[in-house]
Ligand binder design. Structure first.
Ligand SMILES: Cc1ncc(COP(=O)(O)O)c(C=O)c1O
Length: 372
């Protein structure tokens, strides 16, 4: 057996004429930086999501940094983030000079725990050395966070609510698409993401025209109306025209791909053995299924047995952020985020992509049943 964890080749096979034609157009016109495809893609994605402004950039990590820079978040500021996420969410907070405050997550759906968030905001206020400025919920594995509840908490404490939707493009929450759920959202087009390009890419989303204009300036060296007027400190963070062309070719079929991912997830839900804990869903939301992540008692043995069968798995993530060597000094050590720590020891992500057929899903479920 040679089962891929994700199958970008199969996707390319399906979309080859559109992707090749898009790339060839860019090669012909030669406008490799901020060529016409970049604006076309931003407009198409904004319409797809139902948000007024999309500003593309070089990757999802830069998108987070640009969003924090846009709010002047920096030294002396506290930014609340989940302890169980990819490193970029914390890294960018430190890159702008602010401090991450790690918050525990829900043990079933992996999303930021609201009660713990409230507790940590109160603790930062009581300690008095940092100013609470922002919260970055992460739509982990593709499931949107509970943005209505988070908006209330953010408003009560005057926090900037920034959605890290790197993994959840294509998902929806209470009838609205990811990208339009928070005052500001960021996403990633890393190849393995639900909407991926053929290199690095990212974007920021907002209904606020002033905020979008600021992001455009920040992503292009902080320039003003004239090309060589530098009005603020910015970055060089643009989406390549070639990547925009790839994304433009993928966008028309993207909604169908999300449906295909949901079908794979439903098959797993129904056919995995009972001892494998399924990823929690949320009523009124659909996940983009960036990952289908189960929890099992002996994750490492199962992963090894599946590898023998030719079935790849991945661990997202083997260590929570507050226990990573680089972030130890910003957290409260082992035991301080018990749910994140437990998840890190038991999670296992299974193959998931829109081109997976039912026979493959069945083989995977049968192999897991054999080994558990
Ligand atoms: C939750 C989360 N945030 C941010 C990022 C950063 O995105 P990128 O890899 O495009 O910089 C990722 C991507 O891996 C992610 O999973």
């Amino acid at each position: 057996m040679n089962i891929p964890f994700i199958d970008l080749k199969a996707q390319y096979g399906r979309l080859k004429p559109e992707i090749d034609a898009g790339i060839e157009r860019v090669l012909e016109h030669g406008r490799f930086i901020l060529g016409p495809e970049v604006g076309e893609f931003e407009a198409a994605l904004a319409a797809h999501v139902g948000v007024a402004h999309v500003v593309s950039c070089a990757n999802g990590t830069d998108a987070l940094t640009l969003a924090l820079m846009g709010e002047n978040i920096g030294p002396g500021d506290a930014v609340f983030i989940p302890g169980f996420t990819f490193t970029a969410t914390a890294e960018t907070v430190l890159m702008v000079g602010a401090e991450p405050v790690f918050v525990d997550v829900d043990g079933e759906n992996f999303l930021i725990d609201h009660a713990d968030l409230e507790r940590r905001i109160a603790a930062v206020k009581a300690a008095g050395s940092l100013t609470p400025r922002a919260v970055i919920p992460v739509d982990l594995f593709g499931l949107p966070a509970d943005y209505e509840a988070l908006a209330k908490i953010s408003e009560a404490h005057d926090l900037f609510l920034l959605a890290d939707a790197a993994q959840s493009m294509g998902a929806q929450y209470r009838g609205r698409a990811v990208g339009a759920l928070a005052p500001a959202t960021v996403s990633s087009f890393f190849p393995a993401k639900p909407l991926g390009c053929y290199g690095d890419g990212g974007a920021l989303f907002s209904d606020d025209a002033a905020r979008a204009a600021l992001w455009r300036s920040l992503r292009g060296h902080g320039t003003g109306d004239a090309k060589y007027d530098v009005v603020r400190i910015g970055m060089n963070s643009r989406l390549d025209t070639l990547q925009a062309a790839v994304l433009l070719a993928k966008l028309p079929g993207f909604a169908a791909e999300i449906k295909a991912r949901e079908k794979v997830a439903q098959y797993y839900d129904q056919h995995l053995p009972a001892v494998a804990v399924r990823p929690g869903r949320m009523a009124g939301s659909d996940s983009a299924w960036a990952q289908y992540t189960i929890q099992v008692a002996d994750r490492d043995s199962l992963a090894a047995a599946l590898r023998e069968d030719g079935i790849p798995t991945a661990i997202h993530y083997p260590r929570p952020l507050h226990l990573q060597p680089a972030y130890l000094r910003y957290g409260d050590g082992p035991g301080s985020l018990p749910v994140s720590e437990k998840l890190a020891a038991h999670v296992l992500s299974l193959p998931m992509h829109p081109d997976m057929d039912e026979a493959t899903s069945r083989l995977i479920c049968e192999a897991i049943a054999r080994h558990l």
